[in-house]
Write a protein of this length. Structure first.
Ligand SMILES: C[S@@+](CC[C@H](N)C(=O)[O-])C[C@H]1O[C@@H](n2cnc3c(N)ncnc32)[C@H](O)[C@@H]1O
Length: 161
């Protein structure tokens, strides 16, 4: 099975992710960049309250959410725009991790109300939206707009203290 795209830009398309997750085994998982074991100290420092309401952006089939859940973070909502992936993750976790939620949703257009979450985590998702040809220091307007929308949404649904 070849899950690598023909070009880097395909990482920025929903079709690529749907096809990739459809090809991978139902129980497949892959953690981009770092696993929970490698960043758990940082996460626990930044999120001292295990009951915090956490939104995981572009969760993929990473084990980050399940390992955080098993470590006591029971209030995690996962979103990803791949319908194929969300269906797989719902089935995989519904029995053993019933409090964890999975929603097909775009990080640029989040349907949760203002002030819903305490914490938002993006590991590799904005990176996927930035995979374009050319000068990364002078990105196309579309990339600037996508990233701005993601951050504007986060500012809206994160609680202000
Ligand atoms: C590089 S993977 C990272 C997966 C996971 N967060 C990890 O750390 O392993 C990017 C994920 O973001 C999702 N994604 C990309 N753009 C998205 C968007 N605009 N809205 C929601 N999900 C998106 C993809 O479907 C894919 O699952």
């Amino acid at each position: 099975m070849n899950t690598l795209p023909e070009s880097n830009e395909q990482y920025g398309t929903k079709d690529y992710w749907n096809q990739r997750y459809a090809q991978e085994s139902e129980n497949g998982s892959f953690d981009w960049f770092k696993s929970y074991g490698e960043i758990s100290d940082i996460i626990q420092d930044l999120i001292p309250d295990r009951s915090s309401k956490i939104l995981m952006l572009g969760c993929g089939n990473s084990k980050l959410s399940e390992e955080m859940y098993d470590d006591g973070f029971r209030n995690i909502v996962n979103i990803d725009y791949s319908a194929v992936l969300i269906e797989q993750m719902q089935q995989r976790h519904s029995r053993d991790r019933p409090d964890m939620q999975w929603h097909e949703m775009d990080v640029r257009d989040v349907t949760f109300a203002d002030d819903t979450f305490d914490v938002v985590i993006d590991k590799g998702t904005m990176d996927a939206m930035m995979t374009v040809k050319g000068d990364i220091w002078n990105p196309p307007q579309r990339v600037i707009d996508d990233c701005t929308r993601e951050v504007r949404e986060a500012i809206r649904y994160i609680s202000r203290y």
